[in-house]
Design a protein around this ligand. Structure first.
Ligand SMILES: O=C(O)CCC(=O)C(=O)O
Ligand SMILES: [Fe+2]
Length: 247
């Protein structure tokens, strides 16, 4: 799917930050394709038809199965987080305000590289939650809070890596941190695939505003309310959510 000329069609025709070609930057050895609303059969079919005009039932069926199970898992994670913060009463409205997206990534060895390269540079996800499936090839590294060390998120069979993103950090007024992470391909790894399943705010209502229960004199508001997709579109210019809307 990463070599199809139709990838260009996706990137030209889809303007949404969550659908189409994601973050393809000259010099970085990876390709990533985004699929917004992977739980919607028609959307997946339309997406597959662009990439494979001859049809690809295997892709559609696999996405349907994967997205169904991931949606269940990610909602459970949201529920656990809200319960741990005493915000059960927000659960229904919170889950209604979410949409899912899925990202397919391929990393490859950069021929000009000296043997240990950054394939995806350090960043925080913008999302609420991202569930990363690393397909048993290591590479994901997560920075410690003090910024001193990188922890290898070694892939473990039958398990996933869960990362919180900036949307959850802002919505929980900093109770949940969005870890800085990166992907490094170390010799002898030549290529690596990953799938990331995420929750983001719905397109219709993407205002991120921390519930008042989480804001008080000891915990002053960290981020002014902001519109998620406005932020995502200019994120690279600001570098961090704090720079964009830090209170
Ligand atoms: O490939 C991975 O393990 C992580 C990918 C990632 O951080 C991202 O897509 O935001
Ligand atoms: Fe990420």
């Amino acid at each position: 799917m990463f070599t199809k000329p139709a990838v260009r069609v996706l990137s030209d025709e889809r303007q949404l930050a969550t659908h189409g070609v994601w973050f393809m930057r000259a010099g970085l050895p990876f390709v990533a394709l985004q699929l917004a609303r992977p739980n919607c059969v028609d959307v997946v079919q339309e997406y597959a038809d662009i990439l494979w005009p001859e049809g690809n039932d295997f892709f559609c069926n696999t996405v349907k199965k994967y997205a169904g199970q991931m949606e269940e898992l990610i909602q459970m994670i949201h529920r656990m987080i809200l319960e741990s913060l005493g915000l059960e009463n927000h659960y229904d409205s919170h889950t209604k305000s979410l949409v899912n997206s899925m990202r397919f990534l391929k990393y490859y060895k950069d021929s000009s590289d000296n043997g240990s390269s950054i394939a995806l540079s350090s960043h925080q996800d913008s999302t609420f939650i991202s569930i990363v499936c690393q397909h048993n090839v290591e590479g994901l590294e997560v920075q410690t809070l003090d910024g001193d060390e990188w922890i290898h998120a070694t892939p473990v069979a039958n398990s996933f890596t869960v990362l919180a993103g900036e949307a959850f950090m802002a919505w929980t007024n900093g109770r949940i941190r969005a870890p800085i992470h990166q992907v490094k391909l170390t010799e002898p790894i030549e290529k690596r695939y990953a799938v990331v399943f995420s929750t983001t705010p719905s397109f219709a209502n993407d205002m991120i505003n921390a519930p008042e229960e989480l804001v008080d004199a000891q915990n002053p508001l960290l981020f002014k309310p902001f519109k998620y997709y406005d932020y995502v579109n200019v994120k690279e210019d600001y570098g961090s959510l704090k720079a964009y809307c830090g209170a």
